[in-house]
Write a protein that binds this ligand. Structure first.
Ligand code: PXL
Length: 266
């Protein structure tokens, strides 16, 4: 039987992040990927690869979600970049049309190239309308600080505290990704499962950001949860996939290398 994994996310035209990464990850983990586009990001090579951002019309987002959810009985969805308050309203409304077993929110907050005023509205709308619907949230260092109201995360206990605080805003499970901003030699992710925290550690691979790592992690958790994998195993598998994908990263003319999802099964 085929397992479906669904994403509601933005296109990043170079293939390094967003919707493209979600579909590649879903496929790599043996699920049938489907999705709705929320926005189109085209980096500008003439301007330091700055983000050019175009939101998709909210009605077109509703239409896409209607088409997919009527075509298949979907129960697991990943939410990636939304980027605009009207987008967030449309997605929240569409999500409330049916029951979901898993709503995995990668709380992509600000994106370079967006206006700060806009970003604040977007952050607030995400916190108010989407976070309470999520069953899993996967904030990175910056997003965890913002959502948890903490200035910095310096210890594993800080990662746990941030995860607990974000869980209180809605999602039962929270994975805080320490990434390269977290001090030390390890890339540390902490899962709060509502009762206890589990830390997942791998040695950092270099000290440069790799594009698509966060998208890959959240999409892999989504695919695994869709297949019925327990959250602890889902996070472990997802981290393994990201680690292999960073090890085998693809370089580009953009400022960042990107994760190679195909390295997982290769
Ligand atoms: O990595 C965050 C992200 C998610 N989705 C889209 C993006 C980016 C970053 O560039 O463009 C569409």
């Amino acid at each position: 039987m085929v397992t479906f994994a669904y994403t509601i996310a933005g296109s990043e035209a170079t293939g390094g992040a967003g919707f493209q990464v979600d579909l590649k990850t879903f496929h790599e983990l043996g699920t049938y990927g489907m999705g709705a586009l929320t926005c189109i990001v085209s980096f500008d090579p003439k301007n330091n690869w700055a983000h050019r951002f175009v939101p998709v019309d909210p009605q077109v987002i509703r239409d896409q979600i209607e088409a997919a959810t009527k075509a298949q009985d979907l129960d697991t969805v990943k939410i990636g970049m939304l980027g605009h308050p009207e987008t967030i309203k449309a997605v929240a409304e569409s999500l409330r049309q049916q029951e979901w077993r898993n709503i995995v929110l990668d709380p992509v907050l600000i994106c370079k190239g967006q206006e700060p005023g806009h970003a604040l509205d977007t952050d607030n709308a995400l916190r108010e309308l989407i976070l309470p619907l999520a069953t899993v949230a996967t904030p990175n260092y910056f997003e965890a600080c913002t959502l948890a109201g903490m200035d910095s995360l310096n210890t594993v206990e800080d990662l746990e505290e941030a995860a607990r605080r974000i869980s209180a805003l809605g999602p039962r499970y929270v994975v805080v990704k320490g990434g390269i901003d977290f001090p030390g030699d390890d890339a540390v992710d902490v899962l709060w499962d509502g009762e206890q925290a589990t830390a997942y550690r791998t040695p950092k691979i270099g000290n440069e950001r790799v594009s698509g790592a966060g998208c890959t992690l959240a999409a892999a958790i989504t695919a695994e949860l869709a297949k019925g994998t327990d959250i602890h195993d889902a996070v472990r598998i997802a981290k393994e996939m990201v680690t292999k994908g960073i090890d085998a990263r693809v370089s580009a003319h953009t400022p960042f290398d990107t994760v190679w999802q195909g390295a997982y099964s290769a």
